[in-house]
Design a protein around this ligand. Structure first.
Ligand SMILES: Cc1ncc(C[n+]2csc(CCOP(=O)(O)OP(=O)(O)O)c2C)c(N)n1
Ligand SMILES: [Mg+2]
Length: 662
């Protein structure tokens, strides 16, 4: 490869070949030292990455959080060494050669797959194939939406490297379909078209024309030799000029340079071995030692890393907008709490009897006005999830100034795109579907939690209370399974007041996603007094006390009113019971033991009421408590009939208590 001199790339003292080989060598060596990892992909995509970073990517390792930097997403996260090598070579201070040598070791920034928050320059956690690609749709959307609001401060690209695996995943179709529809022209996907995955050649499993799939979804598609630097450059230039999102199929050889394993699955996910590495060094003309990058090559890379400094400085001069800084920091605006307090006062007066999905909508009317960075949406259930407020305008391909996204029936991509938006910064995304379909979005929900992103899932129709749609639509195990996810807050409010409070808590959790589990059916107002304090903040509290209580009735959401009525009936029979509303287990479980004991009661009979499976409730009711809820799947019928049929009523509760106490 000749020394490259182009107008856009100031002359470097070494060839792009040398620079790409530095990535290859570091990747081979790091994987070998760790005795695990994926050398093939970084070796195959080293050329594409070298051209992208050297000539196109707008970045500044000295200011890795520069809001207007281009975003680089390594969707094929198993190729993590590609990213780590680039971060080290271009001069990110926290990505040292020692970190590269500690690849995949405990506490290293160089985890097996790129993890958001471990090293600067890693924009999102990848590894579950397809997620990064779908995140990138959120990144690109956030960029367009911010540009519509701050045209002088935001104008950047989102580049993605995706592999065969990313594109085989179903989520890829949801994502590219949405991106094509919204004409996200600043999104550029570089497909590592190496025709190899773990089991062997992709011909084993796939025969469609991937390029045509993108084209059919409204993308601009090019196909190039991914080892030809001029072709890579020309394609990225054309992609930048397109008014559509772009996919460049980069035909590459996995494990480029490895004498016997190049082009084969054998170099996908295991160390090459000493001899193979020696052979690769010879083939590549890389005579340097293990982890050794000669000064002139490192300097050339550092020069690439230093180029963005000027652009950053120019940008920084004009960046003096306090509101922009606030948005990028994710701080809530002044006054939102006061607006919510006024709303709570109104609720205490009006005492609405309504579904909590409706309460959520009413709360959103207040919150989205006070917090305009909230970006709503729904996976084709807007009218059912009550996610769109009156003033909200839809985002379209020609107008990104709105704040509502019609995601279409694409729950998984909705979750992943919301992750991308939250990661990009500037917005607080929330999106709705039925609680049952959290299962369709679960990998994205899990990543919201793992990446500590404030993404709010508005999940309505949260039990058999949805009625006639039947067991396919009635969640029974979802609450338990969502409560099992670390760093995910599951809120199940019992009325309008609790819904407002739970929304406030979800918004205040800057480093956690939340699920709002909301009803389809109407519920009575149970919290009818105004309190300045957010009573849901401790996760659970005594909603209705009783002197010398023998029984504690603990319930969530729609079943709290059953507990309140059961309390009354038990009182008539001289059985004192108190009622605990427990809208958020995660918040309750971190309260001091003294508080939890005072709420639950020490020597009372514990009765839990929740129209879901009992899984997990043992922690509150113990082995000898009573659980009133579901034992299996639901059924199709009007909701009141189902509650009776499944034994989740006031009488069932009262009878169970009496049977136990007498
Ligand atoms: C959702 C998901 N399923 C399975 C895996 C395990 N996995 C990691 S890489 C890979 C094959 C990917 O093939 P490709 O994207 O072509 O990567 P290449 O072998 O070309 O590097 C698989 C199945 C994963 N990481 N994520
Ligand atoms: Mg492949």
């Amino acid at each position: 490869m000749s020394k490259v001199m182009t107008a856009s790339a100031p002359t470097l003292a070494v060839s792009y070949n040398d620079m790409a080989n530095a990535i290859r060598a570091l990747s081979m060596d790091a994987v070998e030292k760790a005795a695990s990892g994926h050398p093939g992909m970084p070796m195959g995509m080293a050329d594409v990455a070298t051209i992208l970073f050297s000539e196109f990517l707008k970045f500044d390792p000295k200011h890795p959080h520069w809001p207007d930097r281009d975003r680089f997403i390594l969707s094929a996260g198993h190729g993590s060494m590609l990213q780590y090598a680039l971060l080290y070579l271009t001069g990110y201070a926290d990505m040292t050669l020692d970190e590269i040598k500690r690849f995949r070791q405990l506490g290293a920034k160089t985890a097996g797959h790129p993890e958001f928050g471990h090293a600067t320059g890693i924009e999102t956690t990848t590894g579950p194939l397809g997620q990064g690609l779908a995140n990138s749709v959120g990144f690109a959307l956030a960029e367009r939406m911010l540009a519509a609001r701050f045209s002088n401060l935001v104008d950047h690209h989102t580049y993605v490297i995706a592999g065969d695996g990313c594109l085989m995943e179903g989520i890829s179709q949801e994502a590219i379909s949405l991106a094509g529809h919204l004409k996200l022209s600043k999104l550029i996907v570089l497909w590592d078209d190496n025709k190899i995955s773990i089991d062997g050649p992709t011909s084993l499993t796939i025969s469609e024309d991937t390029a045509k799939r993108f084209e059919a979804s409204g993308w601009f598609v090019q196909a190039i030799d991914g080892h030809n630097h001029d072709a890579i450059r020309a394609a990225i230039k054309k992609a930048q000029a397109s008014d559509k999102p772009s996919m460049i199929a980069c035909r590459t050889k996995i494990g480029y340079g490895a004498p016997s394993k190049e082009g084969s699955e054998k170099c996908h996910g295991s160390p090459l071995g000493k001899d193979e590495i020696a052979g690769a060094r010879k083939n590549l003309g890389w005579s340097h030692g293990e982890f050794e990058v000669p000064a002139e090559i490192l300097n050339a890379w550092r020069e690439v890393g230093a180029r963005g400094g000027k652009t950053f400085a120019e940008w920084n001069k004009k960046a003096n907008d306090k509101n922009f800084d606030r948005l990028m920091n994710g701080d809530l605006p002044d006054g939102w709490n006061a607006a919510l307090a006024a709303f709570k006062k109104k609720l205490a007066e009006t005492k609405p009897k309504e579904a909590t999905r409706k309460s959520s909508e009413n709360t959103l009317e207040v919150l989205t006005a006070a917090i305009p960075e909230m970006i709503g949406g729904s996976a084709d259930l807007t009218g059912s999830n009550n996610t769109k407020t009156k003033a909200m305008k839809a985002i379209t391909a020609s107008d990104f100034s709105g704040s509502y996204i019609y995601y279409g029936v694409r729950e998984h991509a909705m979750g992943a795109a919301m992750n991308g938006m939250a990661l990009h910064g500037g917005f607080i995304p929330y999106g709705g579907t039925f609680l049952i379909f959290t299962d369709y979005a679960r990998p994205a929900i899990r990543l919201s939690a793992l990446m500590q992103q404030r993404v709010i899932y508005v999940m309505t129709h949260d039990s058999i209370g949805l009625g006639e749609d039947g067991p396919t639509h009635q969640p029974v195990e979802q609450l338990a399974s969502l409560r099992a996810v670390p760093n995910l807050y599951v809120f199940r409010p019992c009325d309008a007041m609790e819904t407002a409070e739970c929304w406030a808590l979800a918004l205040a959790q800057k480093q956690s996603p939340s699920i709002l589990s909301l009803t389809r059916q109407n519920l009575p107002a149970l919290r009818t007094e105004f309190t300045e304090k957010n009573l849901c903040a401790q996760g659970g509290y005594i909603l209705s006390d009783a002197k010398d209580a023998k029984v504690t009735l603990i319930a969530t959401g729609s079943e709290v009113s059953i507990a309140i009525d059961a309390q009354k009936k038990l009182a008539e029979k001289n059985i004192a019971a108190k009622v605990v509303s427990l809208p958020c287990w995660e918040l309750f479980d971190v309260q001091p033991q003294s508080y939890r004991e005072s709420v639950l009661g020490k020597n009372t009979l514990k009765v839990a009421i929740e129209a879901a499976l009992s899984f997990g409730w043992e922690r509150y009711i113990g082995q000898d408590g009573i659980f009133i809820g579901m034992k299996g799947f639901g059924a199709s019928a009007p909701a009141p009939d189902l509650y009776k049929h499944f034994g989740i009523t006031v009488d069932d509760t009262v009878n169970a208590v009496i049977a136990r106490l007498t």
